[in-house]
Write a protein that binds this ligand. Structure first.
Ligand code: ADP
Length: 368
């Protein structure tokens, strides 16, 4: 089965779609590489499912083109596109057995009986459900039902696999387990896969690359690390992970650059390409260090005096809210056994590592 999957490229080119005056997608261009595990990430209503439906052929755009393996499929009906889609609710037939569910799409394609049996068995084997063919979906766990839905889709050997929030009906632990499984299966098959999710952690953890959508507009396309470390704008910086923003001014003298803000005073910067003038900086919560007053300080950091206002124990780390002048910063610190950390009201020093401060592009022109 494995070698039947040809890796194909999928392209959205300047795709736009509106319902009446409501613009759902505006000038969306994405090129998904052959064999890629690609995530469409965005808040609810940002247009992710609409993009999947356009690719599957259930909808047509008002402008732009969609290409699969180089072929323009924009006006091709769904049944001629060879796109496999796994729906959020799995859409299994409750009265059919698992094997019948998986065989259904093959029978519809009028394949010979033996071929239907062979492919259904192979698909169930691939998702680890070889023994479960005689059960009904109601006799399976949520994770197993999800695997049946995947098996049913890959049995038809589509060119592209689409997954619409496939893990959202599973509990947190199973979700993490299933995303590892899905990725392993995708790697085994090599099939170009597009995955829709509103969960940034999910997207970052399994996708080769991610396109982030907001209100029907692509905000950034990149690898998880690119999105996290070099967010294209404030929306990305905020949506992908937790982050602190500060407005102020970049000042340069010779080789030294500082960021000055009313709230915090002066922070030394490192390797900043941005020119002097109004700017906004972004700092991840874990990129700062907390120290008790009087403790020896690392000279490579800018240290600011503050007060802990909130403390949230999250197991692996502790999330603090620290007030420094007029600014409130979120600061994460690792938690180690026997270390009490800081209580609300405690005076602390916050160390900022200049190498971990990001100057946001074009941030200065925007207003919050
Ligand atoms: P997502 O998958 O990111 O949650 P969708 O693609 O489902 O977003 O929807 C994008 C937007 O399109 C939403 O604002 C939604 O209300 C709107 N929308 C979807 N279908 C229709 C429709 N048939 N008529 C009008 N608006 C629609």
């Amino acid at each position: 089965m494995t070698e039947r999957f040809k890796k194909v490229r999928v392209e959205f080119e300047n795709v736009s779609l509106a319902y009446g005056k409501t613009r759902v997608l505006t000038d969306v261009s994405i090129a998904i590489e052959p064999g890629e595990f690609f995530a469409l990430l965005g808040p609810s209503g940002s247009g992710k499912s609409t993009l999947l439906r356009l690719l599957a052929g259930f909808l047509q755009p008002q402008a732009g083109a969609i290409r699969v393996a180089g072929e323009d499929v924009t006006r091709v009906p769904p049944w001629e596109r060879d796109i496999g889609m796994v729906f959020q609710n799995y859409a299994l037939w409750p009265h059919m057995t698992v094997r019948q569910n998986v065989a259904f799409g093959l029978e519809e394609r009028r394949l010979p009986r033996a071929e239907v049996e062979r492919r259904a068995a192979a698909a169930l084997e691939l998702v680890g459900l070889g023994e479960f063919g005689a059960r009904r979906p109601g006799q399976l766990s949520g994770g197993q039902q999800q695997r049946v839905a995947v098996a049913r889709t890959i049995a038809i050997e589509p060119k592209v696999l689409l997954l619409d929030e496939p893990l959202s009906n599973l509990d947190a632990k199973l979700r993490i387990h299933m995303r590892v499984e899905l990725l392993a299966l995708q790697r085994k098959l090599g099939i170009t896969t597009i995955f829709v999710t509103h969960d940034q952690e999910e997207a970052l953890s399994i996708a080769d690359r991610v396109a982030v959508l907001d209100q029907g507009v692509i905000q950034q396309v990149g690898t998880p690390v690119e999105l996290y470390d070099t967010p294209a704008n404030r929306f990305i910086a905020h949506f992908v992970g937790t982050i602190n923003f500060l407005r102020g001014t970049l000042e340069t003298s010779g080789t030294r650059t500082v960021f000055r803000s009313e709230a915090l005073g002066e922070i030394a910067m490192a390797g900043v390409a941005a020119s002097a003038g109004p700017a906004e900086i972004a700092i991840r919560p874990h990129a700062m260090q907390l120290a008790a007053p009087g403790k020896p300080l690392d000279g490579g950091r800018t240290w600011l005096d503050g007060t802990v206002t909130e403390r949230e124990f999250l197991g692996e780390f502790v999330r603090y809210n620290v007030k420094i002048g007029a600014a409130d910063l979120v600061v994460d610190q690792p938690h180690y056994m026997g270390e009490p950390g800081f209580a609300p009201g405690a005076r602390v020093r916050v160390g900022i590592n200049p190498a971990q401060v990001k100057v946001l592009k074009a941030a200065a022109e925007r207003e919050a």
